[in-house]
Design a protein around this ligand. Structure first.
Ligand code: ACM
Ligand code: ZN
Length: 540
């Protein structure tokens, strides 16, 4: 009975932990609604609420930040309540009565998430904006609820990243992982090495660009925006980068939405955009390709460690996040086998092989990150050849799923983004929204204590085939909303039927935000339909 009521009343994603409904309802006054802020720490949050209510529903607000002002009639109150310790750093309590909406939480992040819930509960009834009455007590299942975006393979403007951050905030994501460097383009200004962006941010068109252009003939989301091209020495090149100033703007915008931007500088592989500008960094003094991946940095060369250390220094100063992601994936070891400097390093350090050389490299970079007071994250290959216990492993290779189990058992923190469920650059056919909804981030092989090592989950958006924000939105949504519920809601409350009903209510909101989400599949049809006679097909 209560469950049925919930479904009709609630349109909230992710599903809150606990809901008690009442018969009352809050009605927004025709004039501005007062927003009472009981702590100076919540003034920014109150401004955010005011902006959002205006953008979503054209509702007016007056913020009273002077403490307990006497307000007449209906009001909204935001407050910090240190006694609600059960709610942790991100939980909140939202009480909706006839006359008031109160959001309280131990920390500002909780109040912010209460606002996201409230936004999704407002509905129109008899020409009025109302919120159904009740009390919601809510907190996240996992502390790491992330989305990743690759801005190297294709580039996105500051505004395009901010638009995505707005969608993340709405669904209570708290991590935005930016893959800033790769073979196809270096995207972050590094003051010590200006060529990284002066030249390394620009490239001639590659096979993926040509593929996108081919697809664009039938699907405009594959059009590569003209604004990312320029002509250098008579040659048309594609690219772009963020100055440190622009990146700070993105970081601040995300922080105001309780989202941490995690920078990824991918080493020792995926580094060709930099090696092409600073060729002494590779084993053979020039950039090139191995059998599958690009030639990596040379761990036999001390100058390589100086170079990486300088970059880590600038990145650590710029990004307030407690983590730096150093990549570590897909390292082609062929050059290391042939390189005298690498072989000397293996001998001098008593290493067994090139896998241990990779581990040696990662451990040295981890020390650089730790020296700046930060922790290191790497793709799961960092587990090869041995790993320090302080490193956090990002599990991506579903075929090496055991690494998540081993690393967690060994005491390493783990973030789950396996290709099986979390690669949102993969087509919807295999990784459809219901499939994502069924993802369980905690491996069965872990006991309760070991399971605490699983920090949470994120989805990855590699951009070889994502040249525009429209394509990105299409690949991310709506399955990102399914992952939001996996990451936030209690496992026992996950219910596909309930989710899919609530999901339908999100589409008008996403339309209003200008999000180019994927229109859901028609039911009643299968992949191949052959009609030899007259049939009736019921399409919902
Ligand atoms: C990855 O997909 N190479 C982490
Ligand atoms: Zn070498």
């Amino acid at each position: 009975m209560v469950q049925a009521l919930l479904i009709t009343l609630m349109s909230v994603i992710p599903q809150p932990t606990e809901i008690k409904v009442s018969n009352e309802q809050f009605q927004f006054p025709r004039k501005a609604v007062p927003v009472v802020v009981s702590s100076p720490m919540l003034v920014e949050t109150a401004s955010y609420l005011a902006e959002t209510l205006k953008a979503d529903y054209e509702l007016k607000t007056v913020v009273h930040s002077g403490g307990d002002l006497a307000v007449k009639g209906a009001f909204i109150e935001l407050s910090l309540n240190k006694t609600l310790t059960d709610l942790g750093d991100e939980g909140y309590r939202l009480c909706i009565n006839k006359n008031s909406i109160e959001i309280e939480a131990p920390k500002p992040a909780g109040v912010f998430y209460g606002i996201q819930t409230l936004r999704q509960m407002i509905q129109q009834k008899g020409g009025q904006w109302i919120v159904p009455g009740g009390q919601i007590t809510d907190k996240p299942r996992f502390p790491w609820r992330g989305m990743h975006q690759d801005v190297s393979r294709h580039f996105f403007t500051v505004q395009e990243l901010k638009d995505f951050i707005d969608a993340l905030a709405l669904y209570k994501f708290n991590i935005f992982h930016l893959h800033l460097t790769d073979d196809q383009g270096w995207r972050l200004e590094i003051k010590a090495y200006p060529l990284l962006t002066e030249k390394g941010a620009w490239r001639t068109e590659n096979d993926h660009d040509r593929g996108c252009k081919e697809n664009a003939k039938t699907d405009p989301t594959f059009i590569i925006p003209e604004k990312h091209y320029r002509t250098v020495d008579g040659q048309r090149v594609y690219g772009g980068f963020y100055t440190q100033e622009q990146m700070k703007d993105i970081i601040d915008y995300a922080a105001a939405r309780h989202i941490t931007v995690i920078p990824e500088i991918d080493v020792p592989g995926h580094f060709k955009a930099a090696i092409d500008q600073y060729p002494y960094l590779s084993c053979r003094g020039k950039g090139g390709w191995g059998s599958v991946f690009s030639d990596p940095l040379c761990p036999g060369n001390e100058k390589v460690f100086e170079f990486v250390d300088t970059i880590i220094g600038e990145v650590a100063d710029l990004f307030p996040a407690g983590y730096i992601h150093l990549g570590g994936d897909e390292v082609e070891k062929g050059q290391w086998k042939k390189c005298p400097k690498c072989q000397t390093r293996i001998k001098d350090e008593g290493l067994k092989d090139e896998f241990e050389l990779q581990s040696y490299f990662i451990k040295r970079v981890e020390k650089m990150i730790n020296a700046r007071g930060k922790k290191m994250i790497g793709w799961d290959e960092i587990h090869e050849g041995g790993l320090s216990h302080s490193a956090t492993v990002m599990l991506w290779r579903s075929w090496e799923y055991r690494v998540a189990v081993e690393a967690a058992k060994e005491g390493n923190d783990v973030i789950m983004c396996p290709t099986s469920h979390c690669y949102f650059d993969y087509s919807y056919e295999g990784t459809h929204t219901k499939h994502v909804y069924g993802f369980e981030p905690v491996p069965e092989a872990l006991n309760a204590e070991q399971a605490k090592r699983i920090l949470g989950t994120q989805a990855n958006l590699w951009s070889e085939w994502i040249p525009s924000p429209e394509r990105r939105d299409y690949m991310a949504m709506p399955r990102m909303l399914a992952l939001a519920e996996v990451a936030w809601s209690p496992k026992e409350l996950r219910n596909w039927d309930s989710f899919s009903k609530r999901l339908e209510k999100q589409y008008p909101r996403l339309d209003k935000m200008g999000v180019h989400y994927r229109v859901p599949n028609l039911t009643g049809l299968v992949k191949g339909n052959v009609f030899l006679d007259t049939v009736n097909v019921a399409i919902e």
